[in-house]
Ligand binder design. Sequence first.
Ligand code: HPA
Ligand code: ZN
Length: 326
Amino acid sequence: PSLTDQICSSPKAELHMHIEGSLEPELIFALAQRNGVSLPYPSVEALRSAYAFTDLQSFLDIYYAGASVLLTAQDFYDMTMAYVQRALADNVRHAEIFFDPQTHTARGVELGVVFDGIGRALDDARAQHGFSSALILCFLRHLPEDEAMATLEAALPYRNRFIGVGLDSSERGHPPAKFARVFARCRTLGFRLVAHAGEEGPADYVRDALDILQVERIDHGVRAIDDDALVARLACERIPLTVCPLSNQKLGVYPDLRQHSLKRLLDAGVVITLNSDDPAYFGGYMNANWLAACTALDLDADDAWRMARNSFEAAFLPAAEKRAFL
Ligand code: HPA
Ligand code: ZN
């Protein structure tokens, strides 16, 4: 088979996807209408044409505005089911899905509504399609640690609905150390731990996420390339990076994908995985990300096979379940 066919048909796990980032403009408009929410854009086309980002913050401003149409459990259900359909079409067999509770509770949406809508969609996806999934609750790093701690406490009644916690939103000026206490508490509670680090922030943030937060995977982590000792450590300790090529291109981390560090990291032995981050905003779901990276960096069948295998190795699944996917 061609490399394109191999990539598209290969079973994959997606480990870095924000469910709010899967809201397509058409669904944003449909939900706005259903809920009587007014949007600062006259049409789907006008909204989509606002997706011209210069950096992470310029994206986040629009991403939080888009999420403002989510009010009922049915809204969260519809958003999640739409993502599942896209993932199935790309042969994603397992997804560990981020969600941002603070984006919703700040607007008066109850945490139970969020868990109910997303959770019911994922239960149906498993029952109807055999789609495997888990949820990871992300703290917004531009907000104070106290608010992350309060969010954690509020989420504990839904303890069995999520497997881990992460850290997202504006990275620069919000280092991992800011969240040391809440991550320590999550570790005590037995949650799996991940954090965005080294997307716009420096390689030091990757090291601090490992040493201070004690995360098991790094989301993005592409700036690790600036620190040879850190790259060697990631490879040696088999700490996975969840890399998102089209996101990095659209947010100007690597405006030219041919310059992307993922090939150099892969060749250095780092457990690289490929993911879509916010697929509705960055121009593509899983296979689009895989094909863009492989084309720009001239990756071969062996590289693609390795990254598919890495995606299951890096997943928070029992070993027997991982083996069954490949
Ligand atoms: N980086 C940080 N925060 C985010 C992202 C991202 O790529 N997507 C959604 N929230
Ligand atoms: Zn992300």
